[in-house]
Write a protein that binds this ligand. Sequence first.
Ligand code: KIV
Length: 271
Amino acid sequence: MSLHQQVRKITTHVLQAMKLKQEKIAMLTAYDYSMARLLDAAGIDVILVGDSASNVMAGYDSTLPITLDEMIYHASSVVRAVKRALVVVDLPFGTYQGNSKKALQSAIRIMKETGSSAIKIEGGSEVEDSIKRILSAGIPVMGHLGLTPQSIHKFGTYVVRATEEEEAEKLIEDAHLLEESGCFGIVLEKVPAKLAAQVSKEIKIPIIGIGAGHEVDGQVLVLHDMLGITTEFSPRFLRRYLNLSDDIQMAVKNYIADVRSCDFPNDNEQY
Ligand code: KIV
């Protein structure tokens, strides 16, 4: 029996053991109670309460506007639903960069007010002090390298990162730094598969890819993208497992038609 089937609760130690046994880690985002309950019951290993909530839940065109209070609302809804998966919560933009004391306060609020198990931070050497201070309080930290959406205004586009040697070298250095600092894992977003494979081989902590090929230790996708609720976002790395957008619209159209025609409610659907 594989490791993830044996354990009743996924912890950062289980993820590390899964890497050692070369068992792939499955991670998805969730932002609310009902979805998180379904993901957990289906056996997902890690639920990320991503700041992608800013896009898919709130309708902003970047991850920058979402606030710490809003992330806490989403994360506590998710935690109430989850029995088995590890819940990781993104520290939103502006709550950890350039001020490690503020970073620790933000992380403590997330841990105290949501009951989640870990936080995630975007960046490498630029946020080293924040990462170290948070770790010193016993809070598990996941790193995030490659395409880091909170820095979109610095990069200008969402294209593949680290295709040039200089940026690839910086990414590898940052991955080592995160490992040495004590992070329990790293999300690697939209980088060449060959580079991701190299990082995953060199680094002992789990590397979770999104648009980073299959030679990493696990995969993560944004739930609304893989379920086909969002339709306008179609990067090459995205596999859609459902077309819920069509199904939901069809159901709503049927409902509207039934209401208008007085077909709903029928005699059995009333008191
Ligand atoms: O916020 C998010 O959903 C993320 C994933 C894309 C990894 O950071």
